[in-house]
Design a protein around this ligand. Structure first.
Ligand code: SF4
Length: 333
């Protein structure tokens, strides 16, 4: 039996960002498209945390939204537990939705301020018909206890809680449909640093207890290092490297990964000099030809300006760079 819970293949999402028709006619402009995710392939195994990292605008959140069914892909396929997600079938998507949930970045925005916490957490239980009557209240109390709050908090409203407590409520809500897979979109970036570690530790404890599988979306490499088994690095909508977390931090293969890691503070006090990330991510409506990283890459060659590099095998995954000499992934399949 395969241990892969989720796989994406050729996942692509384009947005039409054209001006209105009449403006285009008068200004003689073509329609314009923004490719937020391009030909993305990866797999997530049961029980692991797979992280997607990249600067803002790299396509992380677009990919997360496609995976949980909030956005339809323009091309490509998402498989959950061996079955292709059928966006056209409402019944098939509803059945899948119970099995995966999402925790959003901003716990202030993701909880309905007019609902009591008990109703917020009970909503998925009612929607999916998992329990009835008094059992729902008992389950809400159990979930609040599980995330470090108290059953009596069910009567309160979200504004009565701190940011960290609200994220605990969001986690309890995500757990209430008994999912197997949770997409965590920057789950701690809106929180104080002192609270971040508590929430990350809670997420890890819950993962161990319930065998959860996480897709973690983050721009923060210290969060990713603390949480993930494997990491995918995104640049302008394309995966440039996928590797086991330890190997990626020890020996990054792609120049962009190296640039991101060089910018992380030297917490081990090894004497390594911190180098800030240079340059800016280009406009995704008009990306550079060839390797999109070439305007910022210290190793750029002529071929990089013409040809998009294919992913190649590395020691612990894949990376897409013309400097690498491993087997091309697509030819090896
Ligand atoms: Fe740099 Fe070329 Fe590799 Fe792109 S393909 S990361 S430009 S060396």
């Amino acid at each position: 039996m395969s241990d892969v819970l989720l796989s994406v293949e050729g996942l692509t999402r384009r947005f039409d960002v054209s001006k209105p028709f009449l403006n285009r006619v008068f200004e003689r402009e073509e329609r314009q498209f923004l490719t937020a995710a391009a030909d993305v392939d990866f797999e997530i195994r049961k029980g692991e945390t797979f992280a997607l990292v990249g600067e803002s605008g790299s396509g992380k959140s677009t990919i997360a939204k496609m995976i949980v069914g909030l956005l339809e892909p323009s091309e490509g396929e998402i498989r959950f537990d061996g079955k292709v997600m059928d966006f056209a079938s409402g019944a098939a998507m509803r059945a899948l939705r119970r099995r995966f949930q999402m925790i959003f970045q901003d716990p202030f925005a993701s909880l309905n301020p007019r609902w009591r916490v008990g109703d917020i957490i009970a909503e998925p239980i009612r929607t999916f018909g998992l329990m009835r009557g008094a059992a729902i209240g008992r389950e809400v109390g159990r979930l609040l206890d599980l995330v470090g709050l108290s059953a009596s908090d069910a009567e309160k409203f979200p504004h009565e809680f701190s940011g960290g407590q609200r994220q605990r409520i969001a986690i309890a809500r995500a757990l209430s449909s008994r999912p197997e897979f949770i997409v965590c979109d920057e789950p701690t970036s809106a929180l104080d640093v002192s609270v971040q570690a508590q929430i990350l530790n809670l997420m890890r404890d819950l993962q161990d207890e319930f065998g959860l599988t996480y897709l973690l979306i983050s721009h923060d490499l210290s969060v990713v290092r603390h949480m993930s088994n494997r990491i995918g690095v995104l640049y302008l909508g394309r995966l440039v490297e996928v590797a086991e977390a330890k190997k990626l931090f020890l020996d990054p293969q792609h120049p962009y990964t190296r640039m991101l890691l060089d910018a992380v503070p030297d917490l081990a006090l090894s004497g390594r000099r911190r180098v800030p990330v240079e340059g800016e991510i280009p406009n995704p409506i008009n990306p550079p030809p060839g390797c999109a990283f070439h305007p910022r890459c210290p190793h750029v060659m002529d071929v990089c300006r013409r040809t998009i590099p294919d992913p190649r095998e590395t020691d612990s995954g894949t990376a897409a760079c013309h400097l690498l000499t491993g087997q091309p992934v697509k030819a090896a399949v």
